[in-house]
Design a protein around this ligand. Structure first.
Ligand SMILES: C[S@@+](CC[C@H](N)C(=O)[O-])C[C@H]1O[C@@H](n2cnc3c(N)ncnc32)[C@H](O)[C@@H]1O
Length: 267
């Protein structure tokens, strides 16, 4: 049973202030960023990033000349994105909308909708993911593409995620040496997990003066489930990669499942 007191729809409101440390120390962020930026730059029409977060990807695309519509549920994450775009001098290339993957509304249909960095997994049931994919399909123009990535969950990865890991050491905004720890509580049959992080702030003697916990709800799909949901939503799969270098998906060797799907012109 998960802790309910700190579980709600706005987990990222609490997570926002450690998000940059989180992504800077994640295994897949170095590879997924250039993959998505290149896709945004080569799209021939409106580009939308769902779960735009702090703009790690969208602002890079904007710096390289591409306008991006960013959608996110979390006001704190949208503010981080706005701040990053302002610092980069490209705020005018971003349109930021507060909305849910399952109900956002665009002024015009998109050429590309991307949902990077395992973020569809924040919807933790298959039916919620199906609702999101069906809604995304309605927001694309005929011939438009939807791309997203998900974990490839293996016994080794589950074991790794269950371990308590020291993720980062950094200096907190109020000047304290800080250790960021992470582990995950995993419900394998449900294909869900609670990522639990905690930061220990230390005094000059190394004694802990404050510990703060944060939690994120995540989930994963098997490749067969992902293919099934895409088909249910009316998409045609164009490609499934196993790595961000565009290696074709092979179940035994894939690091990720990266899907590119098209809304057919006749639908
Ligand atoms: C893992 S972060 C990804 C941020 C960014 N795309 C990146 O790659 O760094 C997931 C983001 O999705 C947002 N999010 C989670 N569930 C959402 C939902 N149902 N609708 C819209 N945004 C959501 C969170 O607020 C968070 O900013």
């Amino acid at each position: 049973m998960w802790l309910t007191a700190i579980m709600d729809d706005l987990e990222y409101e609490r997570f926002a202030d450690i998000y940059s440390v989180w992504t800077a120390t994640a295994a897949s962020t170095r590879a997924n960023k250039p993959f998505y930026v290149e896709a945004y730059l080569s799209a021939d029409g409106p580009v939308v990033e769902l779960g735009v977060g702090d703009g790690r990807i969208a602002v890079e695309a904007a710096v390289r000349g591409r306008s991006v519509i960013g959608v996110d549920l979390s006001p704190a994450m949208l503010q981080l994105c706005r701040d990053r775009a302002t610092r980069a001098g490209v705020l005018d290339r971003l349109t930021l909308l507060r909305g849910d993957f399952r109900s956002f509304e665009l002024d015009e249909p998109a050429a590309l909708i991307a949902l990077p960095y395992h973020s569809l997994g924040h919807l933790t049931s298959l039916s919620a993911k199906r609702d999101a994919l069906c809604h995304i399909h309605t927001q694309l123009r005929p011939g438009g593409r939807f791309m997203f990535d998900d974990f490839v969950m293996t016994p080794a990865r589950l074991e790794h995620m269950r371990r308590v890991q020291l993720r980062a050491e950094y200096v907190s905004p109020d000047g304290h040496d800080t250790l960021l720890w992470v582990t995950s509580l995993i419900d394998e049959p449900a294909q869900t997990m609670r990522v639990v992080t905690w930061e220990d702030e230390l005094d000059a003697d190394g004694a802990m003066i404050r510990r703060r916990y944060r939690m994120l709800s995540l989930s994963w799909m098997t490749p067969a489930q992902a293919a099934g949901l895409l088909a249910d939503a009316g998409f045609t799969v164009e490609a499934c990669f196993g790595r961000f270098d565009r290696t074709a998906f092979e179940a035994d060797t894939a690091d990720e499942q990266i899907w590119i799907a098209r809304k057919d012109t006749a639908t």
